[in-house]
Ligand binder design. Structure first.
Ligand code: C2O
Ligand code: CU
Ligand code: CU
Length: 427
């Protein structure tokens, strides 16, 4: 892994031979993929060569507040910051991106993001597909200007619906494909899009297995035919290509869906292509169990957060949590260190979906009412982001172990930049 990272404007090929300009870490549309063992130390010098402030938030990592990339902790142009922490959590698929309030959507959409994968000996013992059979995939939708820069200019309507792109990129590539062998693959899928929710399925109609979500694994694999993945969420899946005839093309696709507001789920499209072109003998069997997951219980406090949209504030600040928009100087919630609480996200009066994300913790989903009324397969693991559909209330249980000031917010980045974010302090 590199020991320094620079945010800068770079130019490279992303679009089928067409040059594209974007902002990147070092070079490339996406930053490097970090892979660290549980217990390892991470130390990187970050240098901001952009013309505006930025920083790095390590999404899914439970690390000290001063390393978390809070919107207060900006790295100004031509300044440096050392991100230094110990990875002290279970194996899972995390990621990183900037967090400057009001500019997060723009900077992430224009290219600043990357994977941060945590591995462990417990996970290794499962003998899951690895090496070239374990592939991280970040899905992002983007719009391009005619000069090949990435466009980011949400209208007032798009601040409500979310800013969606007409080009679907995987790992920074348009029309993405992967040559695969007749065997099982493990894909770590990150929805790194600003706002778009995907209903992922395989074009051959086959089921696939969910083995992990956000920053941890499930207790046992769950077979699904499709799954919804909202911005900020990750899912770890096993896909079986063993009995597929050579030279068959199988697509990872987005199926239409309803219930997530008027702008989401209206179009079916292909996300990426798998070309089955190599015969291999695979003895891998999907394990019947994965890890044991200690269930959090005995919450000592319940908090409820009303998610609302107020059309009276069209010039900024339409999206609110408990009637408030983000203020850098206000502490909205104070939590006792070491305590366990339930937090309920209440979208019962809303008509937009909100993927709610909490920094500095991992949580478990305990209930969803008023809508889909279920905990989904991709929610049965340590999570940090949960999709709250219109009409729903979703309750999560959280243990707060890191002291300091953190944020929680909607991970629709237009909603977040519009103010749908609050501060909490653990002390
Ligand atoms: Cu991935 Cu506060 O965000
Ligand atoms: Cu985060
Ligand atoms: Cu939202």
């Amino acid at each position: 892994s590199p020991s320094n990272m620079i945010a800068q404007a770079v130019q490279d090929t992303v679009m089928d031979g067409k040059n594209a300009k974007y902002i990147g870490y070092r070079s490339g549309l996406l930053g490097p993929t970090f892979r660290l063992q549980k217990g390892a130390n991470f130390n990187i010098k970050f240098s901001n060569q952009l013309a505006e402030h930025t920083n790095i938030h390590w999404h899914g990592l439970v690390i000290p507040a001063e390393m978390d990339g809070h919107p207060d902790q900006m790295v100004m142009p031509n300044e440096n910051f050392n991100y230094q922490f110990t990875v002290n959590q279970q194996a899972g698929t995390n990621w990183y991106h900037p967090h400057p309030h009001g500019l997060t959507g723009k900077q992430v959409t224009q290219g600043l993001a990357g994977f941060f994968i945590v591995e462990s000996s417990e996970e290794k013992a499962l003998n899951l597909p690895n090496g070239s059979y374990e592939v991280p995939l970040v899905i992002q939708d983007k719009r391009f200007n005619t000069d090949a820069t990435i466009k980011y200019s949400p209208t007032m309507m798009e601040i409500m619906s979310g800013y969606m792109g007409d080009n679907i990129l995987v790992n920074g590539t348009a029309s993405p494909y992967l040559n695969v062998s007749t065997r099982f693959y493990r894909f770590r899928v990150l929805n790194g899009s600003s706002a778009r929710i995907y209903n992922l399925a395989l074009s051959n109609g086959a089921n696939f297995y969910v083995i992990g979500a956000d920053s941890g694994m499930l207790e046992k694999p769950e077979s699904v035919n499709s799954l919804l993945l909202a911005s900020g969420e990750r899912v770890d899946i096993l896909v079986d290509f063993t009995n597929i005839a050579l030279n068959t093309e199988v697509y990872l696709e987005n199926k239409t869906f309803t219930g997530m507001g008027t702008a989401q789920g209206t179009q079916a499209f292909k996300v990426m292509k798998f070309i089955v072109n190599k015969q291999e003998t695979d003895t891998f069997k999907v394990p019947s169990s994965l890890i044991s997951l200690a269930k959090l219980s005995n919450a000592t406090k319940n908090r409820s957060f009303a998610l609302t949209m107020d059309m009276a504030n069209m010039s900024g600040g339409m999206h609110k949590i408990n009637g408030k928009i983000y203020s850098a100087t206000r502490i909205d919630e104070t939590v006792a260190v070491g305590s366990t609480e339930t937090w309920e996200f209440d979208n019962s009066t809303g008509d937009e979906p909100h993927p709610m994300h909490i920094h500095g913790v991992q949580f478990q989903v305990v209930s969803r009412t008023g809508g889909r009324n279920t905990i989904l397969p991709q929610e049965k693991a340590w999570k940090d982001t949960v999709l709250v559909a219109p009409t729903e209330k979703v309750k999560v249980i959280v243990k707060f172990e890191q002291k300091g000031k953190f944020v929680f917010h909607c991970h629709n980045l237009e909603h977040e930049d519009d103010g749908m974010m609050l501060n909490f302090e653990v002390k």
